[in-house]
Write a protein that binds this ligand. Structure first.
Ligand SMILES: [Zn+2]
Length: 569
């Protein structure tokens, strides 16, 4: 019987004791006389550091659940302070681990990725760049605060960026366009600082890379993202296939949308955001109805997901309702000590609520299946592979859409598939843009907007930039994409994952059982394989070439054409 979240015990770890313990395990490991001894020490290190992380995660979740609770507020502050120190112990361990004379034995038992990823991690850090890393954090924090500080006047009230977001999708054309205009004015008002922040970040990252011996930041950025099985050339091949197959299909989807809605084509950002005259699809019923339908979906999908959802619900491993004092946003995490995933979200009555129960719970399901794998590093793969878990689960949920969306089901099913295709060109452009930025860090801010404007003509020809919306019509929209500032090159991950998830969709459409078995094979590998290996395990095609994208585009086009157009209004 699983333990309930509220019964999980929190105790502040003693940093001094932990450091001593980790140092003594590391020391003993370096002198281990046999593989058995080295393995026992490796697992001990994993348990100790896993316990520290578990306490940190518990404190963080409980603080976010109730930001007014002083106890957990103090505990999260404590962790902010001590985590960097604990990282030193981890670094010391990694340096010893990769030198072990028992590498062959470890690789035979645990796979080679433990070493590949550890070595890659070491290529991104040196004490010589500590001050650059600190400055990078300061600039990122300023970016986050700048956007969080937005007070946007709209229809007599004041909104934050996320509060304004539903207004940017509403039916009424005049009010929707006014919301985009209001948001654009805010971004424009901080545009100069957004320009200089990015300028400083690219310069800083370039300096950091040069100190580490790289020609530019790009390769170092790839290592920081643990790109352990593909390189820049592979990404270029993916880009070409996106332009060749997905852009034309997305273009035809947007053209139909403009015709259906009576909008000019190409569309403004504000018009492209509304898909149906009767409004974008909304879930029916209350938050409880969504949770009930999610329970039904997982119980019916497979034996594994049935066990998973019962574990989550009975262990109270999700907190999804909004309430006073609760932090915003949403995420899925795990508490290693209890081998339990946890989902945190804030339902707000939109389609996003259903996504929490399909996308985020897809991450949680993968964590649940991998919960007993040791060491912890092998439980989750790199980001692009982790997104396959969640994005594919969204597609597996499609046959249950009616229970979530009621009368809006047809609109949802169309929009969900169409959105996956509309997203890939945008995401690929975000990645392409960053390659150009780090290749020429000396560019001036105005040159950067010019590069974005040019890329728009290749990847997003359905958007008209000249409609006069502040900020947007100046080709500055990239400045809203936080990943560009915060985690360079972390965006192609979503595109690669979506390209794989679409293959699961296409397969499930003709053979749901076969698709599910393939998905389970991939999930069970957890973090033991690279992205390319995982795609192979599932029997799917690599997205780094023509075939993978060509076939899903053909299947998706057929499916979208088959929708009853009279229901898409
Ligand atoms: Zn995700």
């Amino acid at each position: 019987m699983a333990i309930k979240f509220s019964d999980m015990q929190y105790k502040r770890p003693d940093l001094q004791k932990l450091k001593e313990k980790l140092a003594s395990v590391t020391g003993a490991f370096s002198k281990a006389a046999s593989f058995e001894e080295a393995e026992r020490l490796m697992l001990e290190f994993d348990r100790e550091s896993g316990h520290f992380t578990s306490m940190c995660t518990l404190a963080l979740i409980r603080h976010q659940m109730n930001t007014e609770d002083k106890f957990y507020e103090a505990e999260t502050e404590y962790f902010d302070e001590v985590v960097p120190e604990a990282q030193e112990s981890l670094q010391a361990w990694t340096l010893e681990f990769i030198k072990t004379p028992f590498r062959k034995e470890f690789e035979d038992k645990y796979g080679r990725l433990l070493f590949v990823n550890a070595e890659m991690g070491l290529k991104t850090f040196s004490p010589a760049i500590i001050s650059e890393l600190q400055s990078e954090n300061v600039l990122i924090t300023e970016y986050v605060r700048l956007l969080a500080s937005a007070q946007i006047p709209y229809e007599g009230e004041v909104y934050t960026i996320s509060q304004l977001s539903p207004m940017k999708q509403q039916n009424d054309d005049r009010r929707r366009r006014a919301a985009w205009e209001a948001e654009g004015k805010f971004y424009e008002s901080v545009g100069e600082r957004l320009d200089s922040l990015y300028d400083e970040l690219t310069a800083l990252r370039t300096a950091m890379a040069k100190k580490m011996g790289y020609v530019s930041y790009t390769q170092m950025g790839y290592y920081r993202m643990t790109r352990n099985c593909y390189d820049k050339e592979d990404v270029e091949r993916f880009r070409d296939a996106v332009v060749k197959y997905i852009v034309p299909l997305a273009e035809s989807i947007f053209k139909k949308q403009a015709r259906r809605m009576g909008f000019d084509y190409p569309m403004s950002y504000a018009d492209a955001a509304l898909e149906f005259r009767s409004g974008n699809p909304k879930p029916r019923g209350t938050a409880d109805d969504i949770l009930k339908q999610a329970g039904k979906f997982y119980a019916e999908l497979s034996a594994e997901t049935k066990e998973f959802i019962e574990f989550m619900y009975s262990g109270e491993l999700l907190d999804v309702l909004s309430r006073k004092g609760k932090a915003g946003g949403g995420f899925c995490t795990e508490i290693a000590d209890y081998a339990a995933p946890f989902i945190f979200a804030n339902f707000n009555g939109t389609q996003g609520d259903v996504e929490v129960m399909t996308h985020e719970a897809g991450h949680a399901f993968a964590a649940y299946i991998a919960r007993d794998i040791v060491p912890g590093d092998l439980r989750t793969p790199s980001m692009e592979s982790a997104e396959i878990h969640s994005m594919s689960m969204e597609f597996f949920a499609r046959p249950w859409a009616e229970g979530f969306f009621g009368d809006d089901t047809e609109k949802f099913l169309y929009s969900h598939l169409a959105s996956a295709l509309k997203f890939i060109p945008y995401g690929t452009m975000v990645d392409h843009f960053q390659h150009l930025m780090y290749a020429k860090p000396e560019l001036k801010p105005s040159d950067r907007h010019g590069v974005w404007r040019e890329l728009m003509t290749i990847y997003m020809p359905w958007i008209a930039l000249d409609d006069g919306t502040p900020f947007y019509s100046d080709a500055r929209a990239w400045q809203r994409q936080s990943h560009i500032y915060e985690v360079p090159f972390y965006y192609i991950d979503y595109c690669l994952a979506q390209a794989v998830a679409l293959q699961f969709w296409a397969l499930a459409d003709i053979d749901r059982d076969g698709a599910w078995q393939a998905y389970m094979r991939l999930i069970r590998c957890a973090g033991k394989k690279t992205f390319s290996e995982l795609v192979e395990v599932a029997g799917l095609k690599s997205p780094f070439g023509d075939e993978g994208l060509k076939e899903v585009c053909e299947a998706a086009e057929r499916r979208l054409d088959a929708f009853d157009q009279s229901k898409l209004i």
